[in-house]
Design a binder for this molecule. Structure first.
Ligand SMILES: Nc1ncnc2c1ncn2[C@@H]1O[C@H](COP(=O)(O)OP(=O)(O)OP(=O)(O)O)[C@@H](O)[C@H]1O
Length: 258
């Protein structure tokens, strides 16, 4: 029964002028899980994410959130249902402090049609909540630092705080450890573990060590289709998965030599 899954896709397909980037994908994400979407370069992971959060309309197929079709909804409507995608760093304002960025996210949740937050009391309340969220992601001491001056790993943590500001029950994380050194990776792994309590997470992640440490279930995409699914051990032992990864590495090497 679909209600067992927080997020489900049925026959999800995206064609770009005859090229099928996502091909009949049936994804099922269970409540409370940290679920990874992995696969070699060009497998269709980003396109699936863009379909889920409505940056792109699907060519065919259906997306269900808590058993309810959300295929035709706008991304802000989906966010209001509790399904929130963590934004890229470019979406946090570089010349605002960490606290101001979280406050803006909280205001966005309140909506622009109400101006009651302009009262001082509401502003105080927003500041308090923003501090709590900074605390939750380990950024209390960065509250008054301009985002542009924060180290890369801390900016990603701030991005998580602005996502939490929208009160998600399910978070979509887009390569959360991309471009990070080992120390930052460890910190973000711990952070994801912490904020995933009581929530469901779907993440695209290239770093397989991160996936093995965090994820309950893994879906492997290759050439737009689901190649394998299961826990880390079963997926990593699957010969089809090994072949898909090795094939893509060989292709990359070939490309590099060309
Ligand atoms: N707007 C577009 N127009 C045409 N083709 C596209 C478009 N977006 C993606 N594609 C193609 O769809 C395929 C899947 O791309 P996608 O970015 O989803 O893969 P990915 O798994 O996220 O890859 P990576 O790990 O490299 O980010 C690729 O072959 C890509 O070239």
């Amino acid at each position: 029964m679909s209600a067992d899954y927080v997020l489900e896709t049925r026959g999800l397909t995206k064609e770009f002028r005859g090229f099928t980037a996502v091909d009949d994908v049936n994804l099922q994400v269970q409540e409370g899980h940290i679920h990874a979407l992995i696969g070699p370069n060009g497998a269709g992971k980003t396109t699936v994410f863009n379909l889920l959060t409505k940056f792109l309309p699907p060519t065919r197929g259906e997306i269900l959130y808590r058993g309810k079709p959300i295929t035709g909804m706008k991304s802000n409507e989906i966010a209001r249902l509790g399904l929130v995608r963590s934004f890229q760093i470019s979406a946090v304002f570089a010349h605002m402090t960490a606290l101001e960025n979280v406050r803006v996210a909280l205001q966005r949740k309140l909506g622009t049609s109400f101006h009651f937050w302009k009262s001082e009391k509401t502003l105080d309340h927003l500041n308090e909540r923003a501090m709590e969220l900074l605390e939750e992601v380990g950024l209390r001491e960065y509250a008054d630092i301009l985002t542009v001056e924060m180290p890369y790993g801390r900016k990603r943590a701030l991005e998580v705080a602005t996502t939490l500001a929208l009160d998600p029950t399910m978070m979509l994380l887009d390569e959360p450890t991309q471009g990070m050194g080992a120390e930052d990776v460890d910190r973000i792994v711990e952070l994801i573990r912490r904020v995933s309590k009581g929530r469901t997470v779907l993440m695209v992640e290239h770093n397989l060590s991160v996936v093995s440490r965090l994820c309950d279930r893994i879906t492997v995409l290759a050439r737009g289709s689901v190649l394998a699914e299961g826990d880390y051990d079963s997926v990593s032992r699957n010969p089809l998965v090994k072949e898909a990864y090795m094939g893509s590495e060989a292709a990359e090497e070939e490309g590099a030599q060309a």
